[in-house]
Design a protein around this ligand. Structure first.
Ligand SMILES: [Zn+2]
Length: 220
């Protein structure tokens, strides 16, 4: 049991809170990032991130740091709560980060994330924001159990990914979620391991389409 808890912590470590001051005025942090509404965003992908955030008014004021990484195991992007805020503060003030691979490894070539087709990149970020919408609703205890089950079970992984896509699609991002799905499934060069994960554990294009239609019909 302790072993599992440690494993869960390891997913979220080693980041600690930087304690945002709650100010939301746009402000240049340094040459690489800018800060707005409690978010830090790398300049290179600012337009896509701001466009995706516009679909999620419920994330206004929520601390989210978008951070480049050279490599993320088994993923291109990853949304996580910051572990200190997970343990110490309530879910209202929990802070998050979204790790983003700087360059996609396409076998023969590297594709800078900023050069991914715009709508696909917006959809990719939207999916991660969908995860944060999901995390935001969970208590800390629920979050810990969720993390454990996520590690141990493909079924839970599938449920979490469907939840993220569903949040994004219900916020009006059906087109972008579809675009990134097709981008991943059709782009030459992604490893077969990554592609089969996306095929087997994530929503398929036809599932996205039927969910999108269902949500649009229930709106009308
Ligand atoms: Zn995901």
């Amino acid at each position: 049991m302790l072993n599992l808890v440690l494993k869960v912590l390891l997913i979220f470590l080693p980041y600690t809170s930087q304690c945002g001051d709650g100010e939301s005025s746009p402000e240049v942090v340094n040459n690489n990032k800018f800060e707005v509404d409690n978010k830090t965003i790398p300049w290179e992908i600012k337009d896509a991130v701001v466009e995706a955030l516009a679909y999620f008014p419920e994330l206004a004021g929520v601390r989210i740091d978008f951070e480049f990484r050279d490599r993320i195991r088994g993923a291109v992007m990853q949304a996580q709560p910051r572990v200190l805020t997970l343990l110490v503060t309530g879910k209202e003030t929990r802070e998050y980060r979204i790790k983003i691979t700087r360059e996609l490894d396409l076998g023969d070539t590297l594709l800078a994330i900023k050069d991914v087709p715009h709508d696909a990149l917006v959809g990719w970020i939207g999916h991660e924001l969908g995860h944060i919408m999901d995390y935001k609703e969970r208590s800390t205890t629920n979050m810990m159990y969720f993390g454990m089950r996520y590690i141990m079970s493909n079924k839970r992984l599938t449920e979490a990914e469907i939840a993220a896509d569903t949040y994004a699609i219900s916020c009006g991002m059906g087109h972008q979620i579809m675009t990134v799905k097709n981008f991943i499934l059709n782009q030459e060069g992604f490893s077969e391991e990554y592609r089969s994960k996306i095929r087997d554990l994530y929503m398929s294009p036809s599932q996205i389409l039927s969910l999108q239609e269902e949500l649009e019909n229930s709106d009308g």
